[in-house]
Ligand binder design. Structure first.
Ligand SMILES: [Zn+2]
Length: 115
């Protein structure tokens, strides 16, 4: 399962951040999942529940934000939010767009419990 290895990576980042701040536990973890990432949020949720057991993030709540697909157009110099299945520039209909965000899963923030 793709989601399992991604979550494993994310959890390593969270554990490293918690260690760095000498946190007692992790309260919540916020991640951004792009509409084009092909990642299924419910699988991420399941994978996290499995992986966090026994770690400093064991009691952490997982918050998932779905991030929009944003493309940049070199012709009219705009950035626009577009549908995941239609990466055209809405201004000039160019297909020559560059994906700015929407295909990633990233750690957005971590709330730590520090004594
Ligand atoms: Zn354009």
């Amino acid at each position: 399962m793709h989601e399992l290895s991604l979550c494993d990576d994310l959890l390593s980042q969270v554990v490293a951040i918690a260690l760095q701040h000498q946190a007692q536990s992790v309260e919540s973890i916020t991640i951004n999942i792009g509409a084009l990432s092909g990642i299924e949020p419910s699988l991420v949720d399941t994978a996290f529940s499995l992986l966090k057991a026994g770690t400093v993030a064991e009691l952490a709540e997982l918050i998932i934000h779905n991030t929009p697909v944003i493309v940049s157009c070199p012709h009219c110099n705009t950035q626009s939010e577009v549908a995941a299945n239609r990466l055209l520039c809405p201004e000039c209909q160019s297909t020559d767009t560059t994906l700015i965000s929407g295909d990633e899963m990233i750690l957005a923030s971590v709330a730590l419990c520090i004594e």
